[in-house]
Design a protein around this ligand. Sequence first.
Ligand code: ADP
Length: 438
Amino acid sequence: MSDFWQRAFAFPFLLFLFALLVWPIAGALPAALIFGIGMSLRLLSHLRNLAAFEKWLSDPDTQEVPDGSGLWEDAFSQLNKLTRQRRKDREQHAAALHQMEQATSALPEGVVILDEADRIEWCNPLAEHHFGLDGERDIGQQITYLARQPEFVQYLVKKDFAEPLVLRGTRHDDLVLSIKLIAYGGSKRLLISRDITHLERIETMRRDFVANVSHELRTPLTVVNGFVETLQDMPQLENDMARRALQLMGDQTSRMENLVDDLLTLSRLENEQNVLIEEKVDVPELMRTLYEEGRSLSNGQHRIKLEINSEARVAGNTGELHSAFVNLVSNAIRYTPPGGDVVLRWSEQPDGHTVFSVKDSGIGIAPQHISRLTERFYRVDRSRSRETGGTGLGLAIVKHIIMRHQAQLEVASEEGKGSTFSIVFPAKRRIAKSGAND
Ligand code: ADP
């Protein structure tokens, strides 16, 4: 810095000294003229450098930094160094970006970068294919202008991206996509799309297969069961062994019938064409029926209590909710040894959620099993489930029914102490006793 000022003032100072020397010899006017002309030439040199600098500034990316003279020479050389470094950095960034683009292009998923207003900033080729986009033409376009499915638009608006969205018919009618949005960098979002057409086809085949097999099994089973019952009622059947064999056949065919019925129920619930037929479900009334059904199932072996703490009704399907509730009551009785307690409760939370719960003092469930209970055929104790007539499908049915009602299943249990299964209905399904939604 001090060097700069020394150099900046050296010329005017020397010029001034020279003028002072000239003054006594040639007079004041020539001395002043020499100083004035010298300073003007200096000013001209500065202006020339400034002009070169301004010209460079007009297009710094393609032009070389000017050479400059005097004080400017150093400044321009520093600037030149900085510019070269900046170009190098830019090239490195561009190379890194290019590599990133290549990597995302190779991803087996579609990727779209959206800005805060859901405008497309960038997309990879697979996303172009999934949504019918053009990676150059559609940049800056709002994604909802190009992918207009109402469920997709709602998904973006709702801003709850915990669950992926399954989107059908985005571009080609037979394309099924699983869409996931990930927020990043403050207000930006990454839209990831995965082609699940094949998985969906396999899943449909599996569902159809189970439904068809169950359906085909039903008729022969009914026939066999009918004959077994007729034979059991025949008075001339005196042979003990035959009686026992018929008894066993009867039990097993009934078990198979229950299994087939549960499988058919599950197929029906899984079928997307089978929409929920909603009505006003009088849960308190349903609870009284359940209480009687529970008592008859328990056959006096348990203390069953009914607690109706709310008169609220819910919007839903009575038949389906009855089936879900009965499954929980039946489980509570089946997994509670004689003499135990079972409490059926209907209550309401301050936030408007309504809760159906079944509490038992039975065998309980170890924590590691709880998250898997709603899987088909998942049983903690296979033999106990069979002994008590379980099909292993009860909680899977419950899960499907409550999903159709946007409710949640909550399980609290302690091994050896008992369990509480609760179905929590969202506030929007609550109907006050008068009939108005609140
Ligand atoms: P299952 O027909 O075997 O009862 P579910 O789907 O109804 O089938 O239940 C799955 C498993 O969850 C049961 O096999 C049992 O191990 C466990 N379970 C369900 N309810 C209870 C309960 N109230 N107490 C203890 N275990 C339970």
